[in-house]
Each structure stands twice: as C-alpha cells, then as structure tokens.
Design a protein. Sequence first.
Length: 510
Amino acid sequence: MPVKVRCSSCEKVLNAPDKLRGKTVKCPKCEAPLKIPSGQKKKTIEDSDSSDDNFLADLDLSRAEDHSQQVCPRCGARVKEDDIDCRSCGADLSSGGTPIPAAGSGGPIGRKKRKGPNKGEFLKAVWGDAWRFLMKNKGYAIKTSIFLLVLVSLDLAFGWMLWWCVNPPPQMFWLLLTFVFAMAPIGWVWHLVTETINHSLKKKDVLIRVNFDFFTNVSFGIKFFVWQLVAAFPFVIVFGVGGGMMIKNGSIVPGAILIGIGELLIFSMFPIGMTHMAMPQQKNGWLINKVLSGWGKSLLAVGYWIVFLVVTSIPVLACFGGIAATSGPKIDQFAKVMNENDFIHYARELVADHEKKQIEEPLDPSIINRAAVELTPTPWNNMIIPGILLAVGLVLSGPVIVMNARVVGQLSYYYSPDWDLNTLEKQLKYTVKEVKYDKNGRKIDPNKKPAWVTAVVGLVVVVVLFFVANYLSHQLFEKTFPAELFGGSSGTSAPAVETETEVETSARAE
C-alpha cells in the first residue's frame, strides 16, 4: 500500500511505493534525500534483496505525486480548495503558481507583499473579460431584460391607477403596489451583482442557479436604499441635504449640481458595498470607515468602471434621451389631462358624498361647477413612442447589467486584499440550556416575556403607528387620521379645488 511522504526541502507530497519503506531516495523535484517511513511492515527477503542501486534507478517517482492533497505549486504550502492565491507566497493558483519576481525585475511587483493578484491586470482584462462573460451567460442577460420589462410595465400601470384614484383607501393600496414593484427590479440587480461577485472570486465564468424570488428581490431593493443612507451618510448630509436647501432657496442649478456630485460619489462606492454584501459576514459593508477605507484605495479602478458603465450604457441612454427629445411635450400634455380629470373626479366625489350624507351646509359653487365639467379623453396616443423607446431601453439594459456585474466581480477579485473583507462563516456555539420548572411543574421558557411586558410593548407600537399614520394622512391628504380620512368631513380639501379653479380662471383671463 503506497505511503504518503512530504519532502522537507521543497514540500512536495509524494506517494511512495510500498517496497520503498525504510529506504532513502532522491526527491524527483529537488533531488534532496528523502527518507521513506518504514511503518510496522516487517522486512522480508524480497525487501532486503531490493536495496541495490539498479532497483532504485528503475523507479519513476515523478508518477508518485499525491493529487488528493491541495498544495501550492510554487512553495508547496497547504492550500484550501476554494483558495485563489497562496497565503504563504501569494502565487496565483489559477496560473500554476509561477514564480513571483522580486521588486525591480519587471514582473508583477508587489504581488507577494499584498498576497493577491496584480491590480494592474484589472485594467487590461476589463473589456474582453466582460464580453466573454456575457457570451457565456446570455440566458441571464435575457432573463434580466424580461424581468425589467415586466416589472417596470406593471409598476407604471400601478402608478397610473394611483394617479387615477381619488379616495384614500384605494390610493394607499396602489401606492403600496407601486412601491413594491419599484423595489423588485432594483433588488434583482443587487442579487445578480452579489452572485456574480461570488463566482468571480472563485474564478468561475458561468453563473449557476441565480434564481429570481420576487419578495427576496423586494427586500434587496429596500436594503439598497437603506445601505446608501447608512454607509454613505456623510455624502447624503453634505450633498443631498445641502443641495436640497439650495434648491428650496431658489438656487436650482447649483443645488442640482451638488446633488448630482453626491449621487456620483455614492454610486462609486457601489462595488465595495456589494462585495461586502456578498461575503458570509456583511457587517463591514454597513460601517462607514470600512467602506470609505476601501473606496480610497481603489479610486482609479472604480473610476474606470464608471467609464465602462457609461460607454456600455450609451444605447440605453440614447433610448431614454430619445423619449425626452421627441415626446417631452406630449408627455406633459398627458400629465395635464390626467391632473384635470383627477380634479373633476375629486369634485364629483365631494358632491356625491355631500348628497349621500344630506349635509345642510352647501358646497362651494366652484366645486359644483367643476363636478359638472366633462372629462377630457386621455391622449393615449401620446405615450406610444415613449412606451416603445422605454421597452427597447429596458431590453438593452439586460446585457449591460450582466457585463457591468462582471466588471464589479473582477474589481472585487483584484482589490479584495485592500477591502478588508470578512470571508469567514459565523461560528455558532452550542451550549446545554438548563431547564427550569415553575411551582406547578411546567417548563419555563427563558425567551418568553411576561404578559405585562408584551402588553406595554404592543401599546407603545400602536401609539407610535397612530401618530405616524396621522402625520402621513395630514401631509398627503390634509385630513386627520382616522376620522376625516375614512368617511368624515371633507376638511380642508375643498379650498384646494377652489384655489385651482381660481388659478385657471386667472390664466384664461390673461
């Protein structure tokens, strides 16, 4: 039975034949003396007769390499199956562990010091690698295009229903659906990017089992916006709030530019954030200092990715730009007709509610006049060209997203040593729980809170939700929750219609 032995000089692992037990031979790699353990095997006459030089000369130890043990081809150190680089010498295991030149020799300087791949190779491999990845994963590009087309179309339909309805309960329903279906495509991009990062870190070019789950993607979409608020909080405060205050004070153009710069800086942290979110432990992705530290060490590469994103998105941007250039006035006319019909519907609802409840106080004449106006037919023809261009842009977005997800994955591979990634799985410590019983012999659940604690927490939650709902109801509908919002007095909504009527009357007079 062959015996495994490791050379003490070059760390080569060999499978020595059973007949060599107790013998000293030369290592086939470095030719250093190699002692084969004798074990418990007793010497036989055949073994004693086989110690002559001719017998050893006929042995081919180059075929005795042990392939079951993962070792670095460069230094012989033990490596794991999912390792990308040797942790001892930093050699790239995918390239056969070629020797790493020292600094000043013209080779990949610094690889051994960083214990990772050469960062300079990222800029050279971006375009060709992204295209090859797209060709090997065309199915995910098509799937992404279909998802975007269906989800965005449904979201626009729900948004139109939200616009069309005038009563608060159906408005809240359509608002919920609009929000949920707006988060789903963003969450799918999040999921696709994180999975591509995992495959890229393992040097895999083909995506495997990246499934679409609607509610999971909705949660990822919400997580994306929460991550921006947490991990990019300084940029949100300085650029977002600052630009918003400038716009509110009348400086529209400078405020918009400031907000745009802030959005660009936040977007440039996307690769680092997504890489942290792809790790088994995602805590570092929520820490501002960790994200900014890695961001500062890879600004050049991140800027190059943004250039790649802009160039590959030119067809998509052309479609969206074509919507604004060719159909801007038509979309504006469509919006005005929808607003006018919305006011008419709202006035009719007020009149019907007034008659149903037989309220003695008369309605404002402007509301009655507005309710008598005929609805303007919705100009759906105005939305044909924008709809076609939007559909084409969404279809073209699929390949663009897949290619850029690969670039983010390659960026993670080359710069992961600088990003302080937490690649270790969480270790769970199991302890024996002491079982306690009450005076009646029933088992006591340590996680169960007393009834009064549950009641107090529930009461606090209800009170908080009441005040939040009241605030939102007042801000959105100028009504108090819940009395005026669900069937109570019309409150201050009537003057809004009257004000609109006065503005339109003044405009016509001019």
